[in-house]
Design a protein around this ligand. Structure first.
Ligand code: ASP
Length: 449
């Protein structure tokens, strides 16, 4: 039994729904389908989820936007009409949206509930279309499927209790279509995952039903070993491990949600990334162990938008609890950190830039000065992080030297280096302006020479 998940571009319009229906019915093992909300149909188009978020904001502000509402409903209406389905489906979708609007009390609940309408609508239309084709198929709401989540609005975490409940889906004989991106708390409240979270639904469902394979359909033939916007026609990765994929996703690869791998990994379900627009292409397999065909580094991820909060204090090395106190100040401001490289008398905390707003920056800096009595605190913005990833680096001599040579050949200064003890990845901090040159040079070193 396979669980198949289709991303936003794979369900963007009627034509895409026809394509995915052929993909689903082509193999009998494809029994459970998870769908995203309709994504962009062409460059410059809007994603339904973005429209829903905008609409939810108007509802929360008490100024419902009728035009925006029509835009959302029209996405589904045109699909329904082009597929020759009953307009009652559109009424069902509209009734759900309207009920959320009229029940509005709690802002976060309304936001999550409206955000979920994109995937929900897709699942309603797709299941009806499969039935129209004569295929036995049903829409299954995540509540009935048994997807239990934590009560963290917009960033829910799946609860382990879901697994046993999901296993019951194996008893169903028809094709099940489940909307991705949301689940329910034990108290029955609808909560969404973070953006891109339909991947998480696919993964937890695959783990729950103990699928043989989790197929994740998107719009690229495979995962590339580097961002194709930086290096033209980069090598494709045919196979990589869960750990490698998680590191790469976290550090900037947008093909797969970085949290989505954990359920599949724990249940040891292989994941395959495939292209809806070219289903014959081999795709990328994500597995527990690998025999790499591209040397020791499998991928290079990079992302901008980081800052370095630098603190120095003479004899910091002798002060027990300094790091904890510093991180505690950030915790109080609800700021999460990425890395904390440190020296004898100094410590850096690398954060996502957007987290430290001007207002928070003032408070954080003044608290560090007064509570930790430091010699200096400074903030350096416009940083980029580059990560080279590969489980094979673990026992290989000379990877760091090759990487630093490559970055220096690009004439880019390394601001910091961080290698976790797992040795699956090595991170380099550089000024954002030098990131692309450094990445191209690293690609040349690890994949071309
Ligand atoms: N529709 C949601 C988003 O745009 C979730 C997803 O597509 O995975 O973030």
């Amino acid at each position: 039994m396979n669980v198949v998940k289709f991303g936003g571009s794979s369900v963007a319009d009627a034509e895409q729904l026809q394509k995915i229906s052929s993909i689903i019915t082509e193999h009998d093992e494809r029994k459970i389908v998870v769908v995203s909300a309709p994504g962009k149909r062409f460059s410059g188009d809007e994603k339904t989820t973005d429209l829903l978020i905008e609409y939810a904001e108007t509802v929360i502000n008490g100024e419902e936007d009728e035009k925006l509402y029509r835009k959302i409903v029209d996405r589904f209406q045109s699909m329904v009409e082009e597929l020759g389905l009953s307009l009652e489906l559109v009424e069902t979708i509209e009734a759900k949206i309207q009920k959320i609007v009229s029940d509005h009390q709690d802002d976060k609940m309304t936001m999550d509930a409206l955000k979920s309408c994109g995937e929900d609508g897709t699942a309603i239309v797709l299941s009806a279309y499969l039935q129209h084709l004569g295929v036995e198929a049903s829409y299954v709401n995540p509540k009935d499927a048994g997807i239990l989540v934590s009560d963290d609005s917009g960033s829910a975490i799946v609860l382990n209790d879901s697994l046993e409940r999901l296993y019951q889906l194996r008893n169903r004989s028809e094709i099940l279509v489940i909307p991705g991106f949301f689940g329910y708390t034990k108290a029955g409240k609808l909560v969404t995952f973070s953006r891109g979270g339909s991947d998480i639904t696919g993964s937890i469902v695959a783990a729950g039903v103990k699928a043989d394979l989790y197929e994740n359909f998107t719009d690229v033939d495979s995962v590339f070993c580097v961002n194709p916007n930086i290096v033209a026609n980069p090598k494709q990765i045919t196979s990589l491990t869960y750990k490698e994929m998680r590191e790469l996703s976290y550090a900037g690869f947008s093909v797969f949600h970085d949290e989505a791998l954990i359920p599949a990994f724990k249940a040891r379900i292989p994941v395959c990334i495939k292209n809806t627009n070219n289903p014959e292409a081999e795709g990328t397999m994500i597995v527990s162990e690998n025999h790499h065909d591209y040397g020791y580094v499998v991928g290079i991820a990079s992302d901008e938008g980081f800052l370095n909060l630098y603190v120095s204090k003479y004899l910091m090395n002798r002060e027990t609890g300094f790091g904890r106190k510093l991180l505690h100040i950030l915790e109080d401001e609800d700021i999460s950190f990425e890395h904390t490289p440190s020296g004898i008398d100094d410590m850096s905390v690398i954060l996502r830039d957007h987290q430290l707003t001007e207002e928070k920056e003032k408070r954080v800096v003044s608290r560090i000065q007064s509570e930790l009595d430091v010699d200096m605190v400074s903030i350096e913005r416009d940083l980029a992080m580059i990560m080279i990833v590969g489980e094979g680096m673990n026992s290989t001599v000379g990877i760091a030297s090759q990487a630093t040579n490559a970055i220096s050949a690009a004439n880019v200064n390394i601001e910091m280096i961080n290698q976790g003890s797992s040795e699956v990845s090595m991170m380099f901090g550089v000024k954002a302006e030098g990131m692309e040159d450094a990445v191209r040079s690293l690609y040349h070193t690890f994949f071309e020479s």
